[in-house]
Design a protein around this ligand. Structure first.
Ligand SMILES: [Zn+2]
Length: 255
């Protein structure tokens, strides 16, 4: 997802370069000034990007990865024209903005955890998707991704609790622990139960869409505990799996 600030800066830079290269001699010589914020000036940013390209041209082509010499093609500022030139400027501004965000993120232990994700699957979310999601679902999604749910470990960090332990396994109760790595929850079949509930939900949606009679959902799948069989009802159990209530039953992250 692109930041709005980044889009704003790129838009301004694109407009300035278009005006600079205008076919109309009046516009070209007049050099209209574009209004931007106090801290960021579009003319300075564009000039900086151009200087950067000129510098790169002086340095020449360098090897940045393990590919063979000459296998990468570089775009040279002096040899490009029109739209390609404008794109180079906006790309440079975009890259600068991205690297600024990354620099900021690595300094933040909690919010910047994504800088350490190596195997995470990319998910493209656009603003339109977010606006059409139920508020509590998006809240759960974001807070689980950035580890901001009130697990015991986080409650200790926020000085709301003294004990970060999981009541089931006595391990440190982080969000990851609750959702997928509590050994006791695994041995008691709670994760299987959750998995089956999700499948049940999918099956009922599909059968409703096909116009079939819905399978009865009264037989709540059970998991066994040491003192026998325990039944779970309602929705909050998906989150309640590790005996903590991250959200109430209305806040279910359905598939
Ligand atoms: Zn546990």
């Amino acid at each position: 997802m692109k930041s709005i600030l980044e889009e704003y800066k790129c838009g301004k830079a694109r407009l300035l370069t278009m005006l600079e290269e205008s076919d109309d001699p009046v516009v070209k010589t007049l050099q209209p000034s574009l209004k931007t914020g106090r801290k960021w000036k579009v003319t300075e940013a564009v000039d900086e990007a151009k200087e950067c390209f000129k510098m790169n041209e002086v340095i020449g082509q360098t090897q940045t990865d393990r590919r063979g010499l000459g296998s990468t093609t570089a775009k040279w500022w002096s040899k490009t024209e029109g739209k390609e030139k404008r794109d180079m400027v906006t790309d440079e501004i975009r890259n600068k903005e991205d690297s600024k965000l990354v620099q900021k993120a690595v300094q933040q232990p909690q919010q910047g955890q994504w800088t350490n994700w190596d195997t995470a699957i990319q998910r493209s979310l656009i603003w339109n998707d977010i606006w059409h999601m139920a508020p509590l679902r998006i809240s759960f999604l974001i807070r689980s991704v950035y580890d901001l749910l009130p697990s015991n470990a986080n409650l200790v960090r926020w000085v709301k609790k003294d004990n970060p332990k999981c009541p089931l396994s006595q391990g440190r109760q982080t969000t990851e622990h609750v959702l997928s790595s509590c050994k006791v929850a695994l041995s008691q079949g709670r994760y299987t139960w959750r998995h089956n509930r999700v499948l049940q939900e999918l099956a009922s949606v599909i059968s409703t869409a096909k116009g079939e009679i819905q399978p009865s959902s009264t037989s709540s799948t059970v998991f066994t505990t040491e003192d026998g069989v325990k039944k779970w009802h309602g929705g909050s159990v998906i989150i309640n799996i590790c005996e903590i209530t991250l959200l109430s039953s209305d806040h279910l992250p359905l598939p």
